[in-house]
Design a binder for this molecule. Sequence first.
Ligand code: ADP
Ligand code: MG
Length: 575
Amino acid sequence: MLKIYKNLKPFLPAILGILILQTIQAMANLYLPTLMSDITNNGIMMLDVSYIWRTGGKMLLIAGGGVLCAILASFLGARTAIGLGRILRNKIFRHVSGFSLREFDQFGASTLITRTTNDIIQIQTTTILIFNMMVSAPITAIGGTFLAYSEDKSLTVILACALPLIGLLIGFFAARGIPLFKKVQLKIDKINLVLRENLTGIRVIRAFNRIDREEARFDEASRDLTNNYIKVNHIMAFMMPGMMLIMNLVTLSILWFGAARVDQGTSNIGNLMAFMQYAIQILMSLLMLTMMFIMIPRAQAAAERINQVLGVRHDISDPKQPAHADKMAGYVEFKNVSFRYFGAEEPAVSGITFSAKPGETTAIIGGTGSGKSTIVNLIPRFYDVAEGEVLVDGVNVRDLSQQELRSKIGLVPQKAILFSDTIADNIRYGKEDATEEEVRHAAETAQAADFITGMKEGYDTMLAEGGLNLSGGQKQRLSIARALVRRPEIYIFDDSFSALDFKTDAKLRAALKRETQDATVIIVAQRVGTVMDADRIIVLDEGKVAGIGTHKELMEHCGVYREIVSSQLSEEELA
Ligand code: ADP
Ligand code: MG
């Protein structure tokens, strides 16, 4: 929590303002009962009307001033707390953007979302509460006690008896409520997870008639959260009446014993009334402080969750003095590389050695799960290798700044990801300042121009979230155009032709060839037809290289490759 509050630095003037305003407000509140006692003793009892008017007016002014200060203070408090929320949200977002894929895998998207939204709101709410009473409540409690004592010493005994009672009550609620409050956050995470899975998987859920099952799953998560909230509120429901009971008992005792004292002439009505007011003020501020103490652990839990995210030391970060790779253009080399996913028992790839040169096409082929995507993800340094090294233009990717490294690469991922924006802007994602001509050219090379111009609004067509209104092949071609417009040194196509029909696939590769003449091209594919004419084919089998060579060489020496080929091509094609 304290770590989070370090972010309040820019708000120091506002906080100072809150402190001053609340002090004034608390002072005003504490002064009022004294005046009231004066009115009763010197005005009403003496039937001095003008004294009542004068002191009454004074009271009104002071009360008004107090209210004004209170309003201003809460305004400043709310602004500061919400400003803090904004700073935290931005901080988390920026930090998470720098996560390596390993770190993403570790947290999962759902909890990252809850942490940026719900947990921050939690902290905001608590902070507002804290600002609203951080000064006024303690001042009122302490000052009130002194002033009550000065009004009537012997009645103070009643307060002294009430305090331990209140302490017990607060202790009881804190012990019961706080663990429940902490649980709530976990349950919200769970709801988020189920909801996200449901929304992204809606097609599958419908296709397999699993709506009922998913509803039940959501219902369970939701009921779980509800029950938890109900439990919390059951406990809290007793708190207010409990406090009220104590407060009323205190008032009653004061009246009972006070009346006796007034009767005896050892005290007078004015002092009694003032005392009672102080007693109420003291108890009220204690109640407020209790609320605060109950909210704080909740915010504390949220703060811990936020700090967990912010505390992740990026395992992929730029070197202090990044090297530059400007001697060569597009040279990729793997030297005995092994890599293991977080939590996996076996390395996904091991002992990978190969090089890909500018002007050449290097293809990677292998069954699903053989580690093709893994290898390709090591080039832009999405993950760090466990052993060996990945060199780009002769420099280890760890020694380059991520910015420089990635600017050399045009990656077409296995799963085409598009953004809810126009088609043109989606292509421009590869190069922000691409001209219309460049965008059009990239689309033509990617064989996307036909379907784009066939759309009513052409390049200005808005894509739905993730490109839902396109077919798989259309999405792939847009994602290829996005890489092309960048004109990088290294092109990486990760299974990017799988959703294309053979004719488009062939046309696309012919067009690519002209376009990528001087660049290094790395193509991952499952189809032999796609890789056959590559300069170098790397055959992967269960994370290891089973052979490297041209189609002809591999047909002669590599059993794994022959198997793949014979499973795909007919006898005549083989001959
Ligand atoms: P390919 O692209 O050849 O189909 P991948 O490189 O995607 O294969 O996967 C290689 C192996 O690594 C598979 O066994 C897969 O289960 C595992 N794997 C892939 N991605 C992850 C991940 N994010 N976390 C853990 N294991 C993974
Ligand atoms: Mg793959």
